[in-house]
Design a protein around this ligand. Sequence first.
Ligand code: UT7
Length: 329
Amino acid sequence: MNKITAAITAVGGYVPETKLTNADLEKMVETNDEWIRTRTGISERRILNEPGKATSDLGAPAIQNLLKKRGIEASEIDCIICATVTPDMFFPATANLIAHKVGATNAFGFDLSAACSGFLYAVTTGASFIESGRYNKVIVVGADKMSSIVDYTDRNTCVLFGDAAAAILLEPDTDGYGIQDSILKCDGIGADYLYMRAGGSLKPSSVETVLAKEHYIFQEGKTVFKFAVKGMADVSAELLERNNLTGEDIAWLVPHQANLRIIDATADRMGLTKEKVMINIQKYGNTTAATIPLCLWEWENQLKKGDKIVLAAFGGGFTWGATLVKWAY
Ligand code: UT7
């Protein structure tokens, strides 16, 4: 029997309706549209601002969209892996809440925390479940309500992030389509440069931590930028090399959308022209675990069976990685 690979057989996405534009931010902090666009590539982002709505309310409609397109019932799902750094609560897992919301009554689920690389870590994990022969339908959803941890008085971070979710379905394939290879990395040196100071077991929430604004994202942008440019480009080049591929063999690069300049550097290093790079950062900003599947969702109609696609990310941790996919439909 042929080896089982994990094919991506459907994609779904969801973005909230409310837009937060650069013009809106100009009224909130000392910034301007020109700075934001030239330094990051972002023009607007989506915000989930309905009271009582959380990350699971982004993930659930993304999965419902996927199920409808694939024509299957939620009860057929074996497993939901939710990549997120903005879980609804510390526990239970957001995957668990999403499973309940979509009616995935036969699924188990768990959250995976790897910041902006979360989707790649989760895809690699989900693919292993399929390749083992143990499961037939694994959903990987990247979902983040970044607005819940952004300080909208801090211009260094508030212009960067947005809210969204997108999901893929992994199913077994015996013709070699799907996830081909992944290189994943992490380095705890990054903990000082991109993190949330309080709320964990190191510094539990207290009146003091709230007053000191320690429950928001802190990022030393310049340092993260340097690591990101090198990390994302190096790992993407390494992935091509170990699979005996060049940029010419690649139909699409699907990069994490944190900064247009980081994306350009990665594409250059891989020898890819701009037409082969999925970029939607201008519309959604950095949606953390959702950026890569959100691109797949938007570009789905342009993908062809057999296309070789590289997914690449760099994020908090530091975490980074690249995944090679052979598109299955
Ligand atoms: O997705 C997870 C991984 N994260 C990333 O990959 C993000 C990596 N970092 C970046 O993308 C960039 O570092 C940023 C976009 C965050 C910042 O761009 P930068 O070119 O590195 O700017 P900077 O932080 O060095 O700031 C340059 C100047 C500073 O002013 P001074 O000190 O030169 O007077 C900042 O205070 O720009 C100022 N600045 C702003 N000005 C207007 C910072 N934020 C803003 C702002 N509007 N929103």
